[in-house]
Design a protein around this ligand. Structure first.
Ligand code: HEC
Ligand code: HEC
Ligand code: HEC
Ligand code: HEC
Ligand code: HEC
Length: 156
């Protein structure tokens, strides 16, 4: 009985949350199969903390003509015309009291897939890896990076 409960608990923990509903059914799998690179849409502007999300003009470079009549692309063109960014539902998020830099991790050799899964195989993204404090610390332990509280948090 104890073993069964432990198994159920493990299965429960292992099942990731479902993908959030997105305003436009954008598929990483389809677009990466066209030969696009992450950096075409996620530019890591200075000082390098965020990766950012692409503006509608990046999309409209192709979609002014590609599938222009589909309802999803009309919705995209509407945001573009109104000069508002697409209100994408965020998938990965950490609180603002945590220090995190994409550039520092890239320079340390961390790959996108380590923290975000096999994005190029996904039609819809979901939070499939552990970016909780424990998840960060496990990787720091494996890579002999610091786990001092003040490495990731402002000193009190
Ligand atoms: C060491 C783990 C790690 C690696 C490696 C990593 N990310 Fe992230 N990513 C995160 C975390 C944590 C967040 C949430 C950041 C936040 O909320 O401030 C995030 C957020 C994002 C976002 C949302 C926008 C933003 O900047 O908050 C995008 C897009 C993204 N990552 C793309 C990428 C791409 C592309 C790569 C590879 C070039 C990559 N990530 C590598 C951990 C990682
Ligand atoms: C390099 C050109 C290119 C760029 C840039 C591009 N797309 Fe696409 N997109 C395509 C092509 C080609 C297809 C058709 C792919 C298929 O069906 O296999 C497509 C399909 C789509 C579809 C499905 C349309 C339908 O109803 O069939 C959506 C939605 C979409 N793209 C959204 C976006 C968004 C949002 C962006 C910007 C973040 C973007 N695309 C950037 C080329 C592009
Ligand atoms: C054609 C543009 C485009 C390309 C190329 C692209 N992405 Fe994205 N990415 C988006 C858009 C649009 C979103 C927001 C919608 C979503 O979450 O699916 C997004 C969202 C994300 C997120 C979730 C951000 C968050 O926290 O909400 C991650 C992680 C991410 N992309 C990683 C990658 C990686 C890794 C690659 C390369 C393997 C890549 N992307 C290539 C357009 C792109
Ligand atoms: C893929 C393994 C991995 C994951 C996952 C990871 N880290 Fe790191 N982190 C590293 C490595 C390696 C370094 C570089 C250590 C060095 O240069 O000595 C680093 C460095 C850092 C630094 C210092 C870099 C700087 O800005 O100067 C901070 C802060 C940090 N990580 C926070 C986090 C947080 C917060 C998370 C979880 C959201 C996280 N890390 C997840 C491997 C990881
Ligand atoms: C490698 C990075 C990293 C290190 C080292 C780290 N934290 Fe965190 N911490 C995080 C992240 C990421 C979160 C946010 C988790 C989430 O999304 O809820 C967090 C959240 C927290 C929270 C609020 C969340 C909660 O559980 O209520 C506290 C309190 C905290 N950390 C304390 C500490 C203390 C104390 C230490 C030193 C023993 C420490 N942290 C070391 C990354 C780190």
């Amino acid at each position: 009985m104890g073993a069964l409960l432990a198994l159920v608990a493990a299965l429960f923990q292992a099942s990731p949350p479902p993908p959030p509903e997105q305003p436009i059914p954008y598929s990483h799998k389809k677009h990466l199969a066209l030969g696009l690179q992450c950096a075409n849409c996620h530019t890591n502007p200075d000082p390098g903390e965020t990766m950012g999300l692409p503006s509608t003009s990046v999309c409209m470079g192709c979609h002014k003509t590609v599938r222009a009549d589909s309802p999803a692309i009309r919705k995209l063109a509407g945001y573009h015309q109104d000069k508002v960014e697409v209100p994408w539902a965020r998938v990965y998020r950490i609180p603002s009291y945590v220090f995190f830099s994409h550039r520092a991790h890239g320079e340390a050799g961390a790959k996108c897939a380590t923290c975000h899964g096999e994005v190029s195989q996904r039609d819809m993204l979901f939070k499939e890896t552990d970016i909780s404090m424990g998840g960060c610390m496990n990787c720091h332990r494996r890579n002999k990076a610091s786990n001092d509280c003040t490495y990731c948090h402002e000193p009190k």
